[in-house]
Design a protein around this ligand. Structure first.
Ligand code: DX5
Ligand code: ZN
Length: 218
């Protein structure tokens, strides 16, 4: 099996010391940086826009993985691409024309991701496999960091891995990842793990090596 990637979610970072927080996780071995964009409509929370992505881009070289929890989504794709996202992920539930959305992401030259809410079955991805580079399985209800992992999603990961076959598509898991839940999803076929609270908890900009210890524990 290829190496598992860890993508810390900056949703759990100290926003008042943001530049140092993201540089610290990169220095401590984060493979990707995961940015959670929320619109207060698709999910009941508000976070960042393209301006913050642009600012992050100036501080890190790591892959920027942008998770759009917004609806509508198509009108914002260009802005996130210009802001320096490497991967742009949209939700299957966010609009009626996912083919168009994924094509629009690829048209910007970026990698395209499809996220599935816990209530959405694996089969929703089947007609879209030729248009995606990543499938993000939500293992919490999107909107907040620090929620409990939903074990019911593990079978979905297994189904998706079988459905993907030999295609070069990442399976990313988002929500509730800890040293205890990580092996459950990697055994089922996931290869990218988003981790917010478990990476940042106990970390501090004074002692950035704590992040490294948390990242390696996952
Ligand atoms: C939830 C976000 C996640 C979240 C993960 O809507 O998509 O990326 O930050 O946080 P933890 O790892 O704390 O569950
Ligand atoms: Zn996310």
């Amino acid at each position: 099996q290829s190496a598992i990637k860890i993508a810390p979610s900056i949703l759990s970072a100290d926003f008042a010391d943001f530049g140092r927080e993201i540089q610290a996780i990169e220095a401590q071995g984060a493979d990707w940086v995961h940015v959670d964009v929320m619109d207060g409509h698709f999910v009941p929370n508000l976070t960042f826009g393209p301006q913050l992505c642009k600012a992050i881009r100036r501080h890190i070289k790591t892959v920027m993985d942008v998770h759009l929890m917004i609806s509508p989504v198509d009108t914002y794709i260009e802005a996130f691409a210009e802001a320096g996202a490497d991967i742009i992920t949209a939700h299957a539930e966010a609009g009626p024309h996912m083919h168009r959305t994924l094509q629009a992401i690829r048209a910007t030259g970026k990698k395209a991701g499809l996220a599935l809410n816990p209530g959405t079955p694996a089969e929703a991805a089947a007609p879209l496999l030729d248009l995606v580079d990543l499938i993000c399985v939500m293992t919490v209800n999107p909107g907040f960091g620090g929620q409990k992992f939903l074990h019911s999603q593990i079978d979905k990961v297994r189904s998706l891995r079988a459905m993907i076959g030999g295609r070069p598509i990442h399976i990313e898991i988002d929500g509730g990842i800890t040293p205890e839940t990580a092996p459950l999803v990697t055994a089922a076929g996931a290869d990218v793990l988003v981790a917010g609270s478990s990476v940042f908890s106990g970390g501090s900009v004074e002692r950035p090596e704590i992040y490294g210890r948390n990242i390696r524990a996952i």
